[in-house]
Design a protein around this ligand. Structure first.
Ligand SMILES: Cc1cc2nc3c(=O)[nH]c(=O)nc-3n(C[C@H](O)[C@H](O)[C@H](O)COP(=O)(O)OP(=O)(O)OC[C@H]3O[C@@H](n4cnc5c(N)ncnc54)[C@H](O)[C@@H]3O)c2cc1C
Length: 443
């Protein structure tokens, strides 16, 4: 017998687009099953669903591709999953203006394929692009290795339509680059993890596809040497698209050999063929002065596969029983903090794998924690956070078993800004129905 809520939802979106009971199994969040999952087919339907949820005080979990639902504090009660998968159209592509307007549920891969037919791309390369959606990457400000050159979603977004918790549809920005009058609300929503509104449509800046795209893997005897390679590249005239640092554990996983040690630098270069050739030659010349052991140009399928792996190198080392953090630190501190992080884990009898978008100071630190016990894992993550905080950076628990999350806060403390964040949340979602309790400071 359908519940009154599911009947009312079925009237909005059509009965086949409301799931309940066992059919909700794919939408379990941190072991908690939602009451219902609902899939609207238009932004007006999203608005009607949210208005109804707000009336009844029912929590709502926006759901894109579901690739990152393990991030954040566990939900007290996931309530209603609001799936965006049916809002997946490319609304408008203006090749002459280098802009596209796209519905939030479209996957990044599908968007890139459509834009690619006109020789353009959205210069973002988040992991899991075949599942990650445009709304999800905006909500989590996800990015990949090419963030080094091209920046993040925040830099590419020029307009956004979202539905507020009470069902109001608001649009901010537009299709031209200079388009904001007043506060830049679209950028406030980026990285807010679905706590301020449900993104239904976005207008983004595009780029022409580069003629030539290369990936060089350079190996060094130690992480310190590879780190000096990073500094040399950063101080040079080179403009790589990606600058990824991998420790020995990550390198072993990359190679699929037991014997690799040392560290590696993976450098992406794109642009016109002549410029790319020059950059690759200059790169190897520079790296030779830093203790380069050997280097190789990856090509064809091997290169494509390496690019796909680059965004999630450290997490991929320990697929089972792992926990991991993302650190934001100054680029110059990356190699030393990676070394010290590895030492901390070893001292506690755990394996660690660390990789970094080195040029922008984003470190991905994974712990091989199978069978280690939640307390030891939480203490190690805590020591990592203390190390990173002492250097002026911040550390976020990206994924961990529930027993670990009960012992350490997922988010770093935002300090005095927390008061303002809570006020913004209260203004946009006064009944607290959007992803309640999952975000920074218990928002
Ligand atoms: C192994 C692995 C490694 C990763 N490593 C990185 C990394 O190094 N760097 C990085 O930046 N990212 C990383 N990611 C994240 C990745 O880029 C995600 O695929 C993407 O960020 C989320 O897209 P999604 O559609 O799956 O969102 P979901 O997982 O569905 O949702 C993510 C969050 O956004 C909210 N949300 C989703 N859609 C909307 C919407 N339309 N409106 C409002 N809120 C919404 C959800 O409620 C949730 O809080 C990694 C993911 C994986 C699986």
């Amino acid at each position: 017998m359908p519940s009154p809520l599911s009947q009312r939802l079925a009237e909005i979106v059509g009965a086949p687009h409301v799931l309940s009971g066992a059919a909700c199994a794919p939408y379990v969040i941190e072991g908690r099953t939602p009451e219902l999952a609902v899939f609207p087919g238009a932004k007006e339907e999203v608005a009607a669903v949210l208005a109804m949820a707000a009336d009844g005080g029912v929590p709502v979990t926006p759901w894109g591709g579901g690739t990152r639902m393990g991030l954040g504090a566990p939900p007290a009660h996931p309530g209603l999953v609001l799936g965006l998968g049916r809002l997946a159209r490319l609304v408008e592509h203006e090749p002459g203006d280098l802009t596209a307007t796209v519905e939030a549920g479209m996957t990044v891969e599908a968007l890139q394929a459509a834009l690619g037919r006109r020789g353009q791309w959205l210069s973002l390369d988040p992991p899991e692009a075949s599942r990650a959606t445009v709304g999800g990457i905006l909500a989590s400000n996800a990015s990949g290795p090419r963030r080094h050159l091209y920046g993040t979603a925040r830099d590419l977004l020029i307009g956004l339509t979202m539905v507020l918790a009470d069902g109001t549809i608001v649009r901010g920005g537009g299709k031209v680059v200079k388009n904001v009058a007043g506060y830049d609300l679209p950028k406030l929503v980026i990285g807010s993890f679905g706590t301020l509104g449900v993104i239904v449509e976005a207008t983004m800046k595009l780029r022409p596809r580069p003629d030539c795209d290369r990936l060089v893997i350079a190996r060094f005897g130690t992480l310190g040497e590879a780190g000096s390679g990073v500094r040399a590249v950063m101080a040079s005239d080179l403009v790589p698209s990606a600058l990824e640092l991998a420790d020995a554990e990550v390198l072993r996983a990359l190679d699929g050999e037991a014997g690799s040690d040392g560290a590696a630098l993976l450098v992406g270069v794109d642009g016109l063929a002549e410029q790319v050739e020059w950059q690759c030659a200059e790169l190897t010349r520079l790296l030779k002065d830093c203790g380069l052991r050997d280097w190789r140009l990856l090509d064809g399928e091997e290169r494509d596969q390496a690019w796909r792996l680059l965004g999630r190198m450290a997490p991929a080392v320990f697929p089972e029983g792992s926990a991991g953090m993302s650190w934001g630190v100054l680029p110059t501190q990356v190699p030393e903090l990676m070394e010290r992080g590895g030492e901390i884990a070893r001292r506690r009898g755990l394996r660690a794998a660390l990789s970094a978008h080195a040029g922008v100071g984003m470190v991905s630190a994974a712990l091989g924690a199978a069978g280690a016990g939640a307390q030891r894992v939480a203490e190690t993550l805590g020591e990592w956070r203390a190390l990173v905080n002492a250097s002026g950076g911040h550390a976020l628990v990206e994924w961990a078993p529930l027993a670990v999350k009960e012992r350490i806060s997922v988010w770093d403390t935002p300090g005095p800004a927390q008061r303002i964040m809570k006020q913004i949340k209260a203004e946009l979602d006064p009944r607290g129905i959007l992803n309640p309790g999952r975000f920074v400071g218990g928002i």
